[in-house]
Design a protein around this ligand. Sequence first.
Ligand code: HAM
Length: 422
Amino acid sequence: MGYQIPRGTQDILPGTVEKWQFVEEKAREICSRYNYKEIRTPIFEHTELFLRSVGDTTDIVQKEMYTFTDRGDRSLTLRPEGTASTVRAYVENKLFGLAQQPTKLYYIGPMFRYERPQAGRYRQFVQFGIEAMGSDDPSIDAEVMALAIDVYKELGLKSLRLVLNTLGDKESRKAHREALVAHFEPRIGEFCHDCQNRLQTNPLRILDCKKDRDHELMKTAPSIHDYLNEESREYFETVKSTLTAMGIEYVIDPKLVRGLDYYNHTAFEIISDAEGFGAITTLSGGGRYNGLAEEVGGPATPGIGFAMSLERLLLALDAEGVKLPIEDSLDCYLITMGDQAKEKAPSLLYRFRKAGLKADKDYLDKKMKAQFKAADRTNAKFVAVLGDDELANGVISVKDMESGEQTEVALDQVTEYILKQI
Ligand code: HAM
């Protein structure tokens, strides 16, 4: 019996991997336009980091982490998201001390959550995310959302919806929390087991419960918008007016709460409205986390960011029928006839490649016709055919596969000839 891939993971094979490379490249290009620099952090961290940041009452921490004890008896966890690690690295490496602030970072890498796999939900998935730390100017909130939208739009997605909310500051949240407890407590017995636990630990999360979504108390639950203090309200107004001035459309959803504890003020998600996208329609999520750096032992630092999985991005591109302009072809395929020509092939091919040509040849001792077939499969722009006779005369024939035109070229000039043609 062979081995099977673990549930909720994927092999990304040639033919598909080019799409990944294309979207990663696009994300990097847009980050560089917005002046975000890449950060690479470890795949695993001390478990405590996620308890403190993501929050020990969240689903991620309670149900979804891949946690293990290493041989030194330390509890480590495969990162379920990128914000905690980025903020940890920001604090640990004292990036707050650098002259250029805010610190604007991005990452692309695998994250791990033990969730029930389905289309768009995996146990290992790749997040592209950005984090901007050191500024609480509302224009950076708008910048973060603009960057996320740009990635989708520039790749060709159209059916997008930016859903925006504010969670307010600490004071507003506290008032809202008390109102939520008072609202749900008398009838909490009618709610699911998780919600009963959430009532005291994290009542905001009740609003996000899938099981109790249709309970009548959900519709009448107090909205954060009724508990915002002046400062939080003003902050939100400026975020909205900045987006409007930038021409970025959004809808407000006062019920949008995020699944991680570190958020305050701005929270947002980008949803796909593409038909046939499936049950999970959230493409990305993010928000502001002004207390997080302090929480992990650093100086008080405002921060905001978002993350998207590339899996969901690629699903959305499929759902909208977007074809990425991926070019997958060789410049030249070398075909040989006869023993001497075959012996010459490796050094000639090496010359092609050193000159920068994408080139290949047969390695299976195929007949001429089969070599032509193989050349076709690589979409080669040119096929160079070398026979023993040509070799003896110091020439090689080069066929332009698009026009079908065949030219005899001096063997020591063939690299330059092909380079000139492409
Ligand atoms: P999140 O909402 O947990 O936020 O995840 C962000 C995005 O990661 C989701 O919108 C989705 O695209 C993707 N994602 C999450 N779980 C899975 C999964 N099991 N399979 C496939 N894709 C998944 C965060 O992770 C925050 N760290 C975002 C953030 C950055 N907030 C501020 N900065």
